[in-house]
Design a protein around this ligand. Structure first.
Ligand code: 13P
Ligand code: 13P
Ligand code: MG
Ligand code: MG
Length: 372
């Protein structure tokens, strides 16, 4: 049997009101187009969902990674939803993440975020699709470190012989557009020194060191680097394979029980806690936040996405076990927002998605006097 590819492609193509939520008609249009693609046998299965104002297309197929037809399909869905739904309904920031008018075979570099991996389906293939809103790709660095390198989080690293040699992290330098592979536990301190710098170094892939088996892939799009200016935050998504020689579903979810601080929030220019939520709560409000993350669980069966109730996935963060994380995230939000526009609640000028600072400095320039 040929290999299966799973592609999670996302874009913000407009929302209501403001940057709050994707409109149901956008989801409906995307579903309609992907159903046609199943009939045309380009893809095997799909699931359309959203996290806040980001439209997420989860697709399975046998076309491999970076396939122009599959990427073209996703691009077409985002363009059509923008033209036929977002613009007529005057949704906010229609087509926000589509930075080009022309498609040339791959969505990478054009604005949408993508997490995509090809593998041979195992006897059972549990997979979790993550999507976050009001944050950036570096938001997954800390949980990925805990899942694949921290023996206090992932018991399998200690107990399971096939995980005992650890995992290799592919870390992308977003500024230089280069990557480096770092093996854990051997190079753990090097890894942490890089990925602690969440606005520059991001984990792109994780492999099981024993046999280079792909375990995880995350989107790494940085819109501000593509466009050279503010065009919206780069809300990330990722795919994680689980169980049988890889971290268990519960080991993959555990780090999100700690609502760590991430960049994003209001106007992409603040820090806030990443709140794990079920799909029904994947919508930002207070100060356009706090930032949210959802986790949807499936079992892949010959490329079909097997959920719990028809094609509905297991909505993993909906569970009461994450109530405590949500309460903590609300407390942290309250504490941080009392700082207003003072760092570190507000990001440093180089990380703010947009700022009036240059204009203010220009206006005040003549009034700055030498200070002895
Ligand atoms: P606007 O100028 O587009 O209103 O930008 C603010 C914003 O939407 C960020 O929340
Ligand atoms: P999004 O990146 O989710 O569109 O949010 C933009 C923003 O400015 C929110 O305040
Ligand atoms: Mg938006
Ligand atoms: Mg968003």
């Amino acid at each position: 049997m040929s290999k299966i590819t799973i592609s999670l492609v996302k874009a913000d193509v407009g929302s209501t009101p403001g940057h709050h939520m994707v409109h149901p008609k956008q989801v409906e249009k995307a579903r309609e187009m992907l159903s046609e693609a199943v009939k045309g046998e380009l893809i095997i299965d799909f699931y359309v969902f959203h996290c806040g104002d980001d439209l997420e297309l989860l697709m399975t197929h046998r076309m491999g990674e970076n396939n122009p037809e599959v990427h073209g399909l996703a691009w077409n869905v985002f363009k059509t939803v923008t033209e036929e739904v977002s613009k007529p309904l005057k949704l906010y920031a229609a087509g926000q993440d589509l930075l080009s008018d022309s498609f040339s075979g791959n969505v990478k570099g054009l604005g949408p975020g993508i997490a995509e991996m090809e593998f041979t389906e195992r006897r059972s293939e549990p997979i979790i699709a993550f999507a976050a809103d009001k944050t950036e790709p570096g938001a997954f660095n800390l949980p990925l470190y805990r899942i694949f390198a921290d023996p206090l989080t992932c018991a399998g690293l200690v107990i399971d012989p096939s995980m005992h040699r650890g995992f290799t992290f592919r870390v992308l330098d977003l500024k230089e557009d280069k990557h480096v592979d770092l093996k854990c536990p051997e190079e753990m301190y090097d890894l942490v020194s890089l990925i602690g710098t969440t606005n520059r170094y991001v984990v792109e892939r994780v492999y099981r060191t024993l046999d280079s088996m792909i375990a995880c892939v995350a989107s790494t799009t940085k819109l501000s680097l593509i466009a050279g200016k503010y065009v919206g935050k780069d809300d990330p998504c990722m795919l994680v394979r689980c169980q049988h020689g890889l971290p268990a579903v519960g080991e993959v979810l555990t780090p999100f029980g700690f609502p760590h601080l991430v960049s994003g929030f209001m106007r992409g220019s603040h820090i806030g806690p990443l709140m794990p939520v079920g799909l029904k709560d994947a919508k930002c409000t207070l100060f356009d936040g706090p930032p949210r993350v959802v986790a949807l669980g499936f079992t892949l069966t010959e490329g079909r996405l097997i959920g719990l109730n028809g094609s509905e996935p297991a909505d993993l963060f909906e569970d009461v076990a994450f109530d405590h994380a949500r309460r903590t995230a609300n407390l942290i939000t309250d504490y941080i927002r009392r700082h207003g526009e003072f760092m570190p609640a507000r990001l440093g000028p180089e990380d703010m998605e947009y700022t009036t600072l240059p204009q203010i400095l220009e206006r005040l320039h003549p009034r700055f006097k030498p200070h002895s």
